[in-house]
Ligand binder design. Sequence first.
Ligand code: FES
Length: 56
Amino acid sequence: MIVCVCNNISDREIRQAVDLGISSMPELRRDLGVGTCCGKCVSCARETLHEALEAK
Ligand code: FES
């Protein structure tokens, strides 16, 4: 599922980023560009990030 339409980032890519050591929204923003355009994806991206961190 695409989380960030503007930057074409899927939940899978967010999970992969967490596996590689990302643990916060600022890091996700910096490394993948999530939420850097319209910002509509931020709450969904945050939820996906936290789920991935909990599953670690
Ligand atoms: Fe992510 Fe627009 S959908 S910044």
